[in-house]
Design a protein around this ligand. Structure first.
Ligand code: SF4
Length: 452
């Protein structure tokens, strides 16, 4: 039985994707349900949880470094504990298990991606018995639906609809650490979405490694388009989703960008490369032509749709010609945002065994050229909103200026506007305002509030 964590403080450090951030919200919900309360810094925390990601080498190295440095951080004043409890979960916990404890002996708990619900018990076992506690299940039998959640923002919610992935892109570790894809039932998803709407949430983002293959493991094989329609019917104002695999994006889902009022005109569609040879080596299972065909259909449905993508530069064997295929594809599509990554080898993936002999300077030069193009494009795409009055969802004050509203446009671009006189930011956080855009920069728009 799990005991209370009354009066203990906790802090969660999250690395990686939205799925990890959502897992952290669930952990926060569980710890708060047992009486613990959140603090900002590790120094003030009795329980420190690292939610990890091993998709990129940088996060991996940071995690090991940060946990190692915990040894030297004194306990907070007034703590009832004589030792801080340190836990590592998420992808690195799943992948490394006991090995983490061997490398970092002051670590108390390791839990895998399928063991979120066990964390409170593992913490109480540590408090009562001391010692190390490791729980890493190979797979979940079903979707873990019933965990409480403590959301970062009252007005926005992430709603996972699938976990795991069946795609095995050759560079990616996710299928090995998150397991095979499992979908949640439509009923479950609808109920959770309705609870959020009833609680005043304005924006829901549906989450999955590949939301487009939703439902293939369920009886009757419901489709992702069914989920979009069902969540729209709850009365949510803004609906988004991530991530979308181009090979599974259907015409039915594309058509919803023209008909579902809540579906925002923004789609993250990771292309990874514009070279068919590299796409094949990545096991992406689509071609550049197929991808460009999707873009054409999306723009026919909504010429205003904002597209963003992920690109890996320097995949093993990438030639200048392959890179130029990517460069030209980016030029042709015109993205509002591109997340560019230099290829980083992940042990245990097929790509790790591929010959990777392109000099580092060559890859860096390609990366820099691409980033320059992406910036030009983002600037150009943002100019299209100049002079328009758009609805923005207020997220808070700008970090640099407390008198400036920071909000998000329907296309998911940051919008700044001076706080109207006599209005406190707390009164408008989470509301949708109309802003007239009078300036468009590379990474943000700015304007004046025209109605509250
Ligand atoms: S679709 Fe590919 S890149 Fe995305 S999580 Fe699955 S294996 Fe990884």
């Amino acid at each position: 039985m799990t005991h209370t964590l009354n009066n203990l403080t906790y802090c969660i450090h999250t690395f990686g994707c939205q799925m990890n951030k959502h897992d952290s919200e669930r952990i926060a919900g569980m710890l708060e349900a047992l009486g613990a309360y959140a603090v900002e810094s590790i120094e003030e925390a009795d329980v420190v949880v690292f939610m990890t990601c091993c998709v990129r080498e940088a996060a991996d190295t940071r995690l090991y470094g940060q946990v190692a440095s915990m040894k030297n951080i004194p306990l907070r004043d007034g703590t009832p504990l004589n030792k801080r409890v340190i836990a590592v979960g998420g992808c690195i916990g799943q992948r490394d298990g006991d090995k983490l404890i061997e490398t970092l002996p002051h670590l108390d708990i390791v839990f895998g991606t399928h063991n979120l619900a066990s964390l409170p018990q593992l913490i109480t076992d540590t408090l009562e018995e001391g010692g190390h506690h490791v729980e890493v299940k190979e797979a979940s039998l079903s979707f873990p639906t019933d965990l409480p959640t403590s959301r970062e923002h009252e007005w926005a919610a992430w709603l996972p609809i699938t976990i795991g992935c069946n795609n095995f892109c050759t560079y990616c570790i996710v299928p090995y650490v998150r397991g095979r894809e499992k979908s949640r039932t439509i009923e479950d998803i609808k109920q959770e979405a309705q609870r959020y709407v009833d609680a005043g949430v304005k924006e829901i983002t549906l989450l999955g490694q590949n939301v487009n293959s939703y439902g293939r493991d369920l009886y009757g094989e419901p489709r992702f388009a069914d989920i979009l329609r069902s969540v729209n019917d709850t009365g949510i104002e803004r609906l988004r989703f991530a991530t979308s695999h181009p090979k599974d994006l259907t015409d039915e889902v594309i058509s919803l960008f023209g008909t579902l009022p809540s579906l925002m005109p923004a789609l993250h569609l990771p292309v990874q490369s514009g070279s068919n040879r590299i796409l094949d080596a990545m096991n992406r299972r689509y071609t550049k032509e197929h991808y460009l065909g999707l873009v054409k259909k999306l723009r026919q449905i909504n010429p205003e749709i904002a597209l963003s993508t992920d690109i890996i530069v320097g995949f093993p064997g990438e030639t200048e010609e392959d890179f130029m295929d990517t460069y030209n594809l980016v030029k042709e599509v015109g993205y509002t945002q591109v997340f560019t990554f230099i290829y980083s080898k992940r042990e245990g993936t097929p790509a790790a065994a591929m010959v990777d002999d392109t000099p580092r300077e060559v890859i860096q030069d390609r990366f820099d050229r691409l980033v320059e193009l992406v910036q030009e494009q983002a600037y150009r795409e943002n100019q299209k909103d100049l002079g328009k009055t758009i609805d923005v969802l207020v997220e808070g004050a700008s970090k640099r200026d407390a008198n400036l509203i920071c909000a998000k446009s329907p296309k998911n671009v940051t919008v700044h506007a001076p706080l109207p006189e006599g209005i406190a930011i707390e009164d408008i956080v989470g509301t949708i305002l109309k802003v007239h855009i009078d300036k468009a920069k590379t990474w943000y728009l700015s304007g004046q509030v025209v109605s509250l």
